[in-house]
Write a protein that binds this ligand. Structure first.
Ligand SMILES: C[S@@+](CC[C@H](N)C(=O)[O-])C[C@H]1O[C@@H](n2cnc3c(N)ncnc32)[C@H](O)[C@@H]1O
Length: 137
């Protein structure tokens, strides 16, 4: 399992979106989600907070970011994201079933080293989402 150091988490927090190879994926996600106005959204593997900010820009009322890396959570907490909160997790997502209207999971599975683990993560996310609207890549 890859673990970001403080330094690498800080570098990640400066990447941005515009002009990067992340841009087409995020544009596609915007089309798939549509308007997230008034929705509570889970951002699994939220990293330094970039995807939480993105989801807020799609209209989400509230974003809950979860990540297993403390350095990334620390960076996320430095972002100016009033309606996003970030939680350190260890496998389980500490919220009840059907808590969220939608979920996003971007650039995370590439860091997970078995299909079994990927299945476990996806079903854990899925259980928490009312509408079963989940975008993961
Ligand atoms: C490449 S970053 C993507 C961050 C963010 N989604 C973005 O696109 O800017 C991947 C993030 O997923 C987190 N991550 C990877 N596997 C995870 C797992 N099993 N549980 C929680 N977080 C995980 C990493 O710590 C890292 O912060």
């Amino acid at each position: 399992m890859y673990k970001y150091s403080n330094k690498n988490a800080e570098i990640y927090s400066k990447l941005g979106i515009e002009g990067t190879t992340y841009e087409p994926g995020f544009a596609k996600a915007k089309k798939m989600f549509g308007n997230l106005s008034g929705k509570k959204v889970l951002d699994f593997g939220s990293g330094s907070g970039r995807t939480a900010k993105l989801l807020l820009s799609f209209g989400a009322k509230e974003v809950i970011g979860v990540d297993h890396n403390q350095s990334m959570i620390d960076q996320a907490n430095k972002q100016d994201t009033k309606n996003a909160k970030f939680f350190l997790i260890d496998n389980k997502i500490p919220f009840d079933k059907n808590t969220f209207d939608a979920a996003f999971c971007a650039h995370v599975m590439v860091e997970v080293n078995s299909f079994k683990k990927i299945e476990q993560i996806i079903s854990e996310i899925y259980r928490k989402v009312i509408s079963k609207l989940l975008i993961s890549y």
